[in-house]
Design a protein around this ligand. Structure first.
Ligand SMILES: [Zn+2]
Length: 344
């Protein structure tokens, strides 16, 4: 089969489109013919050798995968050849103390497709049969391939970790990103008022189309001051933050009493030197969110909501798999709105 492989860490030019052996499935695995696979910033960090997650070289990346089951292992009964599926990329060990007590999402030794194992930037990928979720009719492979990371991150963060409630006010940072655009939609679906930030007016106009009630261009305005104006000095109940250190102080200023901050990423740095007094004085909560610890029910829910048209995957551009270098460059330049998808 053809795959996008890297044999060393580096820039996009280490990505090689080349022939590799087809994966051979075990008794409880399925072989998926990849139809669409979307790119995440995680793929870029892994390729650059900048992720703390261990990658064995040579590596085939690709965590977000949609396709057809074309072969099933001898002990697989729950899924048939020909089924259209999206892949839950987290393979739980089944043996650790969390798996033993039914909390597989907290598995202490998970393997992640596209990270510890070969992923979807290829014609075929193998995964355990329990890791595929059927795609309902009416949902395309391209749309389905945008769901496992971005939408599940946003759903798990806002609904399960953040306990969002109707009528609350939510601040979504970097709303033009794949995860940010998902968060705007899910917060609206939950009945919240959404204030979104992004770095350009063009992106903000599109964020409004997705349902944001108010928008702030963080390059031209002080978002903390704007939040004060927009909330009558009260601040917001919930912050969805993928930026981290560079917005920490202003986030704390922007939270209402009992406010919660969801930390999803650290693209703006991970080290803060902070006065923790306000957290105590105003009953604030800071909640870390890791998509790879989201229970599988999150992906099932998201797939159904997308099929029902209640959430709308946002795709910036679709490339053939062999143009993986150009596709990753789009994400690296941060000019996209929504997801970049590859078609093998
Ligand atoms: Zn485990």
């Amino acid at each position: 089969m053809k795959a996008v492989v890297y044999h060393e860490f580096g820039g996009v030019d280490v990505l090689k489109y080349e022939d590799v052996p087809d994966p051979e499935i075990g008794d409880e695995e399925v072989l998926v013919r990849v139809r669409a696979t979307s790119i995440n910033h995680l793929d870029l960090r892994l390729r650059a050798g900048k992720s703390p997650r261990p990658v064995k070289l040579p590596h085939i990346g690709g965590v977000d995968i949609a396709g057809d089951v074309v072969k099933v292992g001898s002990r697989v009964t729950q899924v048939k050849e020909g089924t259209r599926v999206v892949v839950d990329p987290v393979i739980r060990c089944g043996k650790c103390r969390f798996c033993q007590i039914g909390e597989q999402n907290m598995c202490a030794a998970p393997k992640i497709v596209g990270v510890n194992l070969h992923g979807g930037f290829a014609d075929y990928v193998k995964v355990p049969a329990v890791n595929v979720v059927p795609i309902p009719n009416g949902l395309s492979y391209n749309d389905a391939s945008t769901l496992p990371i971005c939408f599940v991150t946003a759903w798990y963060a806002l609904i399960e970790r953040g306990n969002i409630k109707p009528g609350e006010t939510v601040l979504v940072h970097a709303a033009g990103s794949g995860t940010g655009s998902a968060a705007v939609q899910i917060a609206k679906l939950a009945g919240a008022r959404v204030i979104a930030t992004a770095g350009s007016d063009e992106k903000l106009a599109r964020v409004k189309e997705l349902g944001a009630d108010e928008t702030i261009n963080y390059n031209s305005l002080d978002f903390a001051a704007e939040i004060k104006k927009l909330t009558g000095e009260n601040g917001v109940d919930l912050i969805f933050d993928q930026i981290g250190a560079s917005v920490w102080d202003k986030n704390i200023q922007s939270l209402s009493a009992k406010g919660r901050m969801l930390l999803i990423g650290v693209v703006g740095g991970g080290n803060v030197s902070a006065n923790i007094g306000p957290l105590i004085m105003r009953d604030l909560s800071v909640l870390g969110v890791t998509v790879f610890q989201a229970p599988r029910r999150n992906l099932v829910t998201i797939v159904n909501l997308a099929a029902e048209g209640k959430i709308r995957p946002v795709i910036d551009k679709i490339f053939p798999l062999k143009e993986a270098q150009a596709a990753q460059r789009v994400l690296e330049d941060r000019n996209q709105f929504g997801k970049v998808v590859l078609n093998p």
